[in-house]
Ligand binder design. Structure first.
Ligand code: ADP
Ligand code: MG
Length: 293
């Protein structure tokens, strides 16, 4: 009876738009007690928009947006795409060369003779010796306190400005998190984004355990430390930066619109990217298991 029951489970799973890698996946769903959720692209839509740009003294907003957009042309990150869209709306972008994506930190490239870095403030300061000037600090802190993400643009020895981006929470995220709790799962929000943005999202979907400013390696470490504390952990993510954590989790769940790396590292893929379907998938898999046993 086992193979048939499994087939039924995966067959109904495919109606919901769930791809299940193998039978051991079903067993994991029974034991999970913790569900770790990536923020950007998982709890939120990941469709970011450029909301504002603030120039340092003597710099031009138009140049900052154009140069940053040129650098981000090589990026797959939602933040990068938002900046490219905003830059293109203002005109043709300058050429960028030697593009490098630095996981969970930002991007670098050469644009018209400038060596440009776009990304986290602490990364620009530490790795590129580009500290945030005091007059920009207030706009930066206000943006993050409002739940948005501020990225810093610097080149040739100075920070030139900040770009403020934001996205919206998926309409079903709060209900899905309530359902996870009813399934006996404790939700944890894990993000590379800043503490302000993370706290705003967590509060509006009902998550109290929030870990912000986490690097991709830190995401993996967070999963491992939950496991070391005796938890059986599901992880839901969409980005290249989530792949190691998804592979280490007892149950790795990828969003269908996510990156190939996230999907390849997961046990289960939810095509629609709807977290309610993740709850359905766990419920369905548990029920399929009790049919088998
Ligand atoms: P999340 O965990 O929310 O998916 P990431 O780990 O991808 O976030 O990114 C963490 C932070 O690194 C972002 O909030 C941003 O500050 C910075 N960052 C990452 N990629 C880029 C990029 N392409 N351009 C600018 N900043 C970036
Ligand atoms: Mg993400």
């Amino acid at each position: 009876a086992t193979p048939t029951a499994l087939l039924v489970g995966t067959g109904r799973g495919s109606q919901l738009g769930i791809l299940i890698r193998g039978p051991q996946t079903l067993e994991s769903t029974r034991r999970v007690d913790t569900i770790v959720l990536d923020k950007t692209g998982t709890v939120t839509t990941g469709r970011m928009e450029l909301l504002d740009a603030v120039a340092a003294d003597g710099e031009s907003v138009a140049e900052i947006v154009a140069v940053a957009a040129a650098v981000e042309s090589g990026s797959e990150h939602p933040i990068g795409r938002a900046i490219v869209t905003a830059g293109q709306a203002k005109g043709d972008l300058p050429e960028a060369a030697s593009f490098v994506s630095h996981q969970g930190q930002g991007v670098t490239a050469a644009v018209g003779g400038r060596a440009v870095a776009v990304g986290r403030a602490d990364w620009l300061e530490r790795d590129w010796a580009l500290p945030l000037p005091a007059p920009l600090r207030e706009s930066f802190d206000d943006a993050e306190a409002a739940g948005n993400t501020a990225v810093v643009v610097g080149w040739d020895g100075a920070v030139r400005g900040i770009l403020i981006v934001g996205d919206s929470i998926k309409p079903t995220s709060a209900e899905a998190i309530a359902r996870f709790r009813r399934l006996g799962l404790t939700p944890v929000l894990l993000t590379g984004d800043n503490a302000g943005a993370a706290a705003t999202v967590a509060a509006s979907v009902g998550i109290t355990d929030v870990r912000a400013g986490v690097t991709p390696a830190g995401k993996l470490a967070a999963i491992q430390s939950l496991q070391a504390a005796g938890h059986v952990v599901a992880m839901v993510g969409d980005g290249v930066n989530d792949a190691a954590a998804l592979a280490a989790a007892d149950l790795g769940i990828a969003m269908g619109a996510g990156t190939d790396a996230a999907i390849a590292a997961s046990d289960l893929t939810v095509m629609s990217g709807d977290l309610l379907v993740v709850a359905d998938a766990i419920r369905l898999a548990r029920r399929t298991l009790s049919t088998i046993k």
